[in-house]
Design a protein around this ligand. Structure first.
Ligand SMILES: Nc1ncnc2c1ncn2[C@@H]1O[C@H](COP(=O)(O)OP(=O)(O)OP(=O)(O)O)[C@@H](O)[C@H]1O
Ligand SMILES: [Mg+2]
Length: 224
């Protein structure tokens, strides 16, 4: 098991969005999370990426805990060190990519690993070069995001999320801005990433895409 989440509960303004939800991802598994608008799919992904905090629940990736329940049934977030180890094992590709507009493609990729002192500048550039080559973007490495097409920006976001070789990679609506042919390209790319053992979580409205490219689909109806 790569990721285990148990008893995940989240309330916004007294409205329970997610109620004691259990979730696991195994090595190489591609899970699609589907469901109606407003049912908490993005929220769930943000909880796993520590962009929101759970009200209750335990979340871990291969032995590193983001948070866990105490004996008093309250949630305890791990030390900064353990959360940092956890966060290095998970990456997220946002629906709107969220690239840094003032940094080149290469700089977008190397920024976090260098800032976090996980890689030297040289190591980061070598890794980014490999990933950008894999994403067919090497010739764009000195370009700024706004000069790229939507699909190219998305591939930069994927390369950036893969810099730390995360165990789990999350995609929020990866095909919402793409035509069917490009969607299939992204689906195949995701399958290639999963084939290396990475666990994938995809939030999508695109049922056809979910059926074709995932190993398992879950519905956000089961959040409540
Ligand atoms: N930071 C927040 N503060 C208050 N309410 C929020 C916050 N984030 C999300 N919500 C609410 O939580 C609910 C779930 O939102 P979420 O974005 O997770 O849904 P979703 O399933 O991703 O929807 P969509 O398919 O439209 O993207 C919505 O009612 C939303 O208004
Ligand atoms: Mg959403």
């Amino acid at each position: 098991m790569l990721m285990e989440a148990k008893g995940i509960t989240k309330t916004f303004n007294k409205v329970k969005i997610i109620n004691s939800f259990d979730f696991t991802i195994s090595r190489g598994e591609i899970i699609s999370l589907v469901g109606e608008s407003g049912t908490g799919k993005t929220t769930f992904m943000r909880l796993l990426n520590e962009l929101e905090k759970v009200d209750a629940g335990t979340i871990s990736i291969t032995g590193d805990f983001l948070c866990r329940m105490t004996e008093k049934k309250t949630v305890h977030y791990s030390s900064a060190k353990e959360r940092n180890q956890y966060s290095n094992k998970i990456g997220m590709v946002f629906q709107d990519y969220q690239l840094f507009p003032n940094l080149t493609v290469l700089q977008n990729c190397v920024e976090a690993p260098i800032q976090k002192k996980i890689m030297t500048v040289k190591e980061a550039k070598i890794k980014a070069g490999k990933l950008l080559k894999q994403m067919n973007l090497l010739e764009k490495k000195e370009s700024y995001p706004k000069t790229l097409s939507g699909g190219q920006q998305q591939r930069v976001a994927i390369a950036r999320a893969m810099m730390l070789s995360p165990e789990i990679l999350c995609f929020d609506e990866p095909t919402s801005a793409l035509d069917r042919q490009s969607s299939n390209g992204v689906g195949k790319m995701i399958q290639d990433i999963a084939a290396t053992g990475t666990g994938i979580l995809i939030v999508t409205h695109d049922i056809e895409f979910a059926d074709e490219f995932s190993s398992r689909s879950i519905s956000s109806d089961t959040f409540i």
